[in-house]
Design a protein around this ligand. Structure first.
Ligand SMILES: [Ca+2]
Ligand SMILES: [Ca+2]
Ligand SMILES: [Ca+2]
Length: 171
């Protein structure tokens, strides 16, 4: 898939109410929703870290600072530079919320919970896990998880299409 298509899939996931705009509250609700789905309480430092990382992403993404991110604004911003500057930290912070035993890797159960927490349908979790667990050790490491998302944003690599459940659009 091309990068515009990849970006449109991510945008659609972030635009939870489907009104064509990623609003500031909509985006900043993401870490809290993930935290509660993953059984983290508000006092957990990892939750505070996730909120701070998401604030930074939104400030970077909302170029004109009006609290609304349109697809045009998103598409002009998303890419390798934005990923390395702010997105990696935000996505990593969500990964950490799911990493219950804090060993830097997600087993199948942890991975499935993270996907559900981010609003991805559970039915494709097994496929996504298998795609990311290429070496078959039953674990998806933090770095390989983040690298696969980066590949998706920068190249439209299909591996991450599975993990973001863009596969449902193709099927
Ligand atoms: Ca919206
Ligand atoms: Ca804006
Ligand atoms: Ca783990």
């Amino acid at each position: 898939m091309d990068t515009t298509t990849a970006k449109s899939h991510i945008f659609a996931m972030l635009d939870v109410d489907g009104d064509g705009v990623i609003s500031r509250p909509e985006y900043l609700a993401r870490p809290g929703r993930a935290a509660s789905a993953l059984g983290r309480d508000e006092g957990d430092p990892l939750v505070a870290a996730a909120r701070a990382a998401h604030e930074r992403v939104y400030a970077s993404m909302d170029a004109d600072g009006d609290g609304r991110v349109t697809f045009e604004e998103y598409a002009a911003w998303a890419g390798a530079g934005a990923f390395d500057e702010v997105c990696r930290q935000a996505l990593g912070s969500l990964f950490d919320l799911a990493d219950a035993d804090a060993d830097g890797a997600l087993g199948r159960a942890e991975f499935t919970r993270l996907r559900a927490a981010l609003g991805n349908p559970a039915d494709s979790a097994a496929k996504a896990f298998d795609a990311l667990n290429a070496d078959g050790d039953g674990r998806v490491g933090r770095d390989e998880y983040l690298a696969s998302i980066r590949d998706f944003v920068t190249d439209g690599a299909s591996l991450m299409a599975e993990t973001l459940h863009a596969g449902s659009v193709r099927d």
